[in-house]
Design a protein around this ligand. Structure first.
Ligand SMILES: [Zn+2]
Length: 422
């Protein structure tokens, strides 16, 4: 594992790219981020950050997926009169990136191994935070207190950030998530998602000796899926903010060709920005399945049944249009020579659970292109712009001023909430 050479001067663009390539080459699918965390700690150590300033928490112990390591949270002490900033990035990748061989190809980094993705989602974000630490520690200039937060298990429902103990984050006044493509794009809202497990139960009998006594769970599941499809409950439903998307993604069941199957599991999801519209579709989806399975009965009239477990995987969020972190990020993007564009995403991101944990976070691009595919790559121009934006967000006085505006906003909101409660 390569560690930084002795510290002297500001990190060069080339060294930023070398750090990024190191990070892209480290295997780290969700739950197996141990080597990434070790690498980060090793580099931070070489910069003079003491062990006492680094916490590896035990979010993995609360995660339903387990996992070998928790989140890494690092405190960079600074001028306490300035508002603390938090920078977050997830360090896991989707499994197809294991074996990535990052190489430079003109303005891009790609994987020389055609059988893998690159891991740009989200080692670009990880590298932005690490390069920020390098810059701040080398220049030794004045900066506010900063929390660096590398999360685990984002790709499996944001488990790392979901189970972080927020006290470790030290109450930041402004927070920024680096996980995305173009450096000028700010994600200010994201969808919410329900996940469902549908257990279809029938009756197992010998398929040739007493088939009339059996109840076929595969037929029951097929009837339910067909009914959901016929009712227009699959895919995109509606439009605008009330649009909901649904998917049936997994079917498991049956184990012998001469047995009427008695058990089938179907997994599905329902996503949407608007909780009311989403709940309406979820109810309809489940009721349609319940109604359809009743039609499957054996000779004595016993019906198939379905039991549906659904849970909220993560709730949707939409930041206030004047949220200080958005104003600060737009200022930083303009200072980098780009035009800020606000966006809402249909996928879940760490910012969903940050928001649920009481910390509004704006998400910024870091140069990822075609994430979760074999043609994934890093656009180095966007990556370098993201480095500049992060640096500006960390040290600019304008950003501290945004926070003052933000404090007033929070005071007003607290007042409003108080009025509502009365
Ligand atoms: Zn990501």
């Amino acid at each position: 594992m390569q560690v930084l050479p002795p510290i002297s001067g500001i990190s060069s663009a080339e060294q930023s790219i070398e750090l990024l390539k190191d990070l892209l080459a480290i295997p780290g699918p969700s739950g197996q981020e141990g080597r990434v965390i070790e690498y980060l700690k090793c580099v931070l150590h070489s910069l003079g950050i003491p062990e006492s300033a680094m916490v590896v928490d035990d979010a993995n112990k609360s995660s339903p997926f387990g996992g070998e390591v928790g989140n890494l949270i690092v405190d960079l002490p600074g001028d306490l009169r300035l508002p603390r900033r938090l920078f977050v990035a997830h360090c896991d990748t989707v499994p197809l990136c294991v074996g990535s061989q990052p190489v430079r190809d003109g303005r891009y980094i790609v994987s020389a191994n055609p059988a893998t993705g690159l891991g740009a989602d989200n080692r670009t974000g990880v590298a932005v935070l690490l390069n920020l630490a390098v810059d701040l520690l080398r220049t030794k200039g004045k900066h506010p207190p900063i929390t660096l937060f590398w999360t685990v298990q984002e790709e499996v429902g944001m488990q790392g950030v979901r189970f972080v103990n927020t006290q470790h984050l030290r109450n930041p006044k402004l927070a920024f998530n680096f996980d995305g493509g173009r450096a000028g794009k700010l994600t200010v809202g994201a969808t919410g998602c329900y996940r469902m497990t549908m257990k279809f139960t029938g009756k197992a009998v010998h398929a040739a000796l007493r088939p009339e006594e059996g109840i076929n769970a595969i037929t029951a599941a097929a009837m339910a899926v067909h009914a959901i499809h016929a009712a227009g409950m699959l895919g995109r439903i509606g439009s605008g903010n009330e649009a909901v998307t649904t998917n049936i993604g997994v079917v498991e069941g049956g184990n012998a060709v001469n047995v009427v199957p008695d058990r089938v599991i179907v997994r599905a999801e329902v996503r949407g920005h608007d909780p009311v519209a989403r709940q309406h579709i979820l109810n309809h989806f489940c009721q349609t399945a319940q109604d359809a399975v009743c039609l499957i009965r054996n000779a004595t009239g016993e019906p198939a049944t379905v039991h549906i477990d659904s849970h909220l995987d993560y709730e949707a969020f939409r930041l206030d249009a004047n949220e200080p972190c958005i104003i600060a990020a737009e200022d930083a993007i303009r200072a980098t020579g780009l035009v800020p564009i606000r966006a809402i995403t249909g996928g879940g991101i760490d910012a969903n659970w940050m928001y649920a944990n009481g910390i509004p976070v704006v998400s910024l691009g870091a140069g990822q292109v075609d994430g979760h595919t074999f043609t994934e790559r890093v656009d180095l121009a966007e990556f370098e712009a993201a480095l500049h934006i992060a640096n500006y967000l960390a040290v600019s006085e304008n950003v501290s001023n945004c926070c003052e505006v933000g404090n007033n906003l929070y005071r007003e909101r607290r007042h409003e909430r108080h009025d509502d409660a009365d």
